[in-house]
Design a binder for this molecule. Structure first.
Ligand SMILES: [Zn+2]
Length: 305
């Protein structure tokens, strides 16, 4: 149903990211976590994987990311809990509401009889949320997927708090590293070589930080970062800060618009990457280059060179 809505939204209503987020939170999450208390304990690994795949497809729609972005990365980019954790949280919230004691993450969640019920419950809910986030953070740290995204958001809690991060199709390409970048297209055999017009390997990091063809496009970002006291270098983490995010987003749009004008890859991308022909299997978690995030995604990049 979510997919049908997404298709309608895309073709007729032109709904943006915000509206899609509302659909996601208002429909997808309630439906998939419905009555979670009754069945969360019964979830097997195979169910979890299936649910993760369903969530991934919904979030690809919400974020307008490329189909090749991994499950681990997409929930961090979108800033939403992985679905199995959302279900677990929902089930345990039910226990808190019904004053059922339980253990989770090695912690005892017990209602203190001396305290007033509702206050204790909200404390327990806060502790539960912390425990859930700890699990998500552990997974994100140990994952081999989405390491380009990790350069921007290494901490899931920080991502959740970053409510200024409003996504569009351009910035998502840089946040994921999956997009109109020749090194990525080459990995999927969509172009003949990975070379940028400047002669270097064209990764997302190359375009963002290094490519000499975009020195002028970076001037706003350069000025803005000097303004807030950043010196010679800037990190991906700083690009998603409250101060710099909008400027980063604008740069992403400029770069990618010029990219498609320069080499005419837009058409190919729309049919191959965002269309069915470029569809990975339903567990779809493969990265074209597992374990390699490219030399240009090192934590510190010289922006001012
Ligand atoms: Zn270049």
């Amino acid at each position: 149903m979510f997919n049908t809505l997404a298709r309608v939204a895309k073709s007729n209503w032109g709904l943006g990211h915000k509206a899609m987020s509302i659909l996601y939170k208002g429909l997808f999450v309630p439906i998939t976590t419905y009555a979670a208390a009754g069945w969360a304990d019964l979830l097997k690994e195979s169910h979890r994987r299936k649910l993760a795949s369903v969530q991934r497809h919904a979030l690809l729609r919400v974020t307008k990311a490329y189909r090749t972005v991994s499950t681990d990365a997409i929930s961090v980019i979108a800033g939403v809990l992985p679905i199995d954790l959302a279900i677990t949280e929902r089930a345990l919230q039910y226990k808190i509401r019904r004053s059922i004691n339980f253990e989770f993450e090695g912690l005892a969640f017990q209602e203190n009889e001396a305290a007033t019920g509702s206050r204790t419950r909200s404390l327990l809910r806060a502790r539960l949320r912390e425990a859930i986030l700890r699990i998500w953070q552990r997974r994100w740290l140990s994952s081999s997927k989405g390491r380009t995204t990790f350069e921007f958001f290494d901490d899931v809690q920080t991502r959740l708090r970053s409510n200024w991060v409003r996504l569009d199709t351009y910035v998502v390409q840089f946040l994921s590293g999956h997009g109109n970048f020749r090194a990525k297209l080459r990995a999927f055999n969509l172009v003949e070589n990975e070379l940028c017009q400047c002669g270097e390997e064209q990764t997302s990091g190359h375009l963002l930080f290094h490519c000499e063809n975009y020195t002028n496009s970076r001037s706003d970002l350069r000025n803005k970062s000097l303004e807030i006291g950043l010196r010679d270098t800037i990190t991906p983490r700083e690009l998603v800060s409250k101060e710099l995010f909008e400027t980063f987003k604008e740069l992403a749009r400029k770069i990618l618009n010029r990219q498609s004008n320069d080499d005419g890859t837009t058409q190919r991308l729309e049919t191959d990457v965002q269309g069915q022909s470029y569809h990975l299997d339903s567990t779809g978690d493969q990265s074209p280059n597992p374990g390699t995030s490219g030399r240009d995604t090192s934590p510190t990049n010289a922006l001012m060179e």
